[in-house]
Every structure is written in C-alpha cells, then in structure tokens.
Design a binder for this molecule. Structure first.
Ligand code: SF4
Ligand code: SF4
Length: 271
C-alpha cells in the first residue's frame, strides 16, 4: 500500500489539465491509434499485446486488412510501445458513429504509408469544450427550443466514464451553459447516456429506465464497455455492450471518452 502511494505521488498528475493544454504523459498516452507499420511481425506483436482484442487482421475480397475496433479499444497505448510498434497515436478525434460497426476502422495492408496528424491535435481542452459546446447549444435551441435533458445510467463499468461525466457537470466544463441538464428521473429525459459494461444484474434497470422515458428518446452508448463490453467482455455476469439489451442511437468510443467528446456525441445524435 505504501509503495502504491509513493508511486502515485512520484507519477504526479496524469490526467489532462482542465482547462489548458495537455502535456507530458497524458498527452502521449491517450488518443486513437492508427496503423503505422504493416510489417507482419509488428502487427502480430500488437495483436498479442492488445488487452481488449481491438486489433485484428481480416480477409476482404481476397485482400488482407487490419481492423482497429474503436468500440473495443481502451486507449491503453500498448500497441504503440516498443521498437516494432505497429501503431501510433496520431490524433485525438473521438471515435463515434450511429452503429458499433462504424467504429471499426480498416487499413489495407498493401502499400499503407501511415497517417498524418489530425487538424485538431493542437487544440487544448478548453478550446474544444467551448467550440463543441457552442455547436451543441445551437442544435439544442433548434431542436428543443429549451434544454436537452439527459439521464445517465451506469450499467456496471469501472466508473472511469462516470467520473468524466461528472466533470462535464462540474464548474470547469459546466455543460449546463450549453443547454444540457442532467435529470434524476427518466420521465424527464430526452437522452439516455449508458456507461459501463452491460451487467446482467442491471439489464432490467436499463429496460425499465428506457420504458419510463417519453418519446422521442435517444440512447447513447458511451465508452468501450458500453459499446462492446470493453476489457470486461462478456461473461456469466455481463452481456457486453448496451445494444445487446436496448436499441442504441449513438456510439462514443474511449476508455473513458473525454468530456468534450461527450458534448460532440450528444450533438451527433441530435442532428
Ligand atoms: S490502444 Fe487500443 S488498440 Fe492499442 S493495445 Fe490498447 S486497446 Fe489495443
Ligand atoms: S470504458 Fe473504460 S473507463 Fe469507461 S467504464 Fe469501461 S473500463 Fe471504465
């Protein structure tokens, strides 16, 4: 225990500075990873290292493609470590889409030259939240004229996603200023945000929460666990992703996703 405390103090802060630019360990370790080398040995090493089984090589039309499933990736960075790294952190754009399948990125394995930095890499968290929030506020005003009401349900993850969600409502991010209100009752909610792996014990709670929401209503699966089961996968205690139990309208990858990406995902399902 003492060693853990000493290690934690020595590591310092490893989460992002809010608001402000990210630096050091946090800047290097979190993000979406792209294929950097199609060398078979490097790919094989990455597939073996990946704890979430997010990387695979598949055959499509007689050709080999590497597949990175952002709905499974927990952004641990293991695939981008080492001399023979097949992957690298190239941008921080969140992975999101209308279906879990759309989060599966494919890289042809012939003639792949790697990827370049995304245009948003240099933006700090404060800029991102302001920019994403302003866009969300426009959509909320257009679609609802008043506030968007959100109900959160933790289906059983590690609580990492929930902590980020809490930050979204805390003074530094203050998502209420963009017209988003988190409500205690599903009867007042327009959107249901599901975090965590779909544990069997909470299946009924999810179904009943959704049943209690007025129509039209939307469901967003937030984080690798809620999309695919993440590192927990499926087991006697878990069904995997939330869409095994209810219909899902939007998927946001990450482990956990960052607060500004959550704002963008809300906009995505409203548009
Ligand atoms: S960053 Fe994602 S793809 Fe890479 S090893 Fe970790 S979970 Fe697997
Ligand atoms: S996606 Fe990651 S941070 Fe979120 S609940 Fe699952 S393990 Fe925790």
């Amino acid at each position: 225990m003492l060693n853990l405390i000493i290690d934690a103090l020595a590591a310092g802060r490893v989460t992002e500075e809010v608001p402000g630019p990210r630096a050091g360990w946090a800047a290097a370790a979190v993000g979406r990873f792209d294929l950097a080398s199609s060398a078979p040995e490097a790919l094989r090493a990455a597939i073996e290292l990946c704890p979430a089984e997010a990387i695979a090589v598949e055959r499509s039309g007689g050709k080999a493609v590497a597949v990175i499933d952002d709905g499974r990736c927990v952004q641990c960075g293991l695939c981008a470590e080492g001399d023979a790294a097949a992957f690298k952190n190239v941008h921080e754009e969140p992975a999101m889409g209308r279906s879990a399948a759309s989060l599966r990125r494919r890289f042809p394995l012939e003639g792949f030259e790697g990827a370049s930095l995304g245009p948003d890499f240099a933006l700090d968290a404060h800029d991102r939240v302001s920019r994403e929030g302003a866009r969300l506020a426009e959509v909320v005003l257009k679609r609802f004229r008043r506030s968007l009401h959100v109900r959160h349900l933790d289906a059983g993850g590690c609580n990492g996603c929930d902590w980020e969600l809490n930050q979204l409502q805390a003074p530094q991010y203050d998502v209420q200023r963009f017209g988003v209100d988190f409500v205690a009752s599903p009867r007042h909610a327009d959107v249901l945000l599901v975090t965590g792996v779909m544990t069997r014990n909470l299946e009924l709670a999810l179904v009943r929460t959704l049943d209690a929401m007025p129509r039209p209503r939307l469901v967003v699966a937030m984080g690798a666990c809620a999309i695919s089961g993440g590192v927990f996968g499926t087991s006697y205690a878990s069904r995997g992703g939330a869409d095994r139990v209810v219909a899902v309208d939007g998927y946001l990858g990450g482990c956990p996703p960052r607060p500004w990406a959550m704002i963008r995902a809300l906009r995505m399902v409203l548009e």
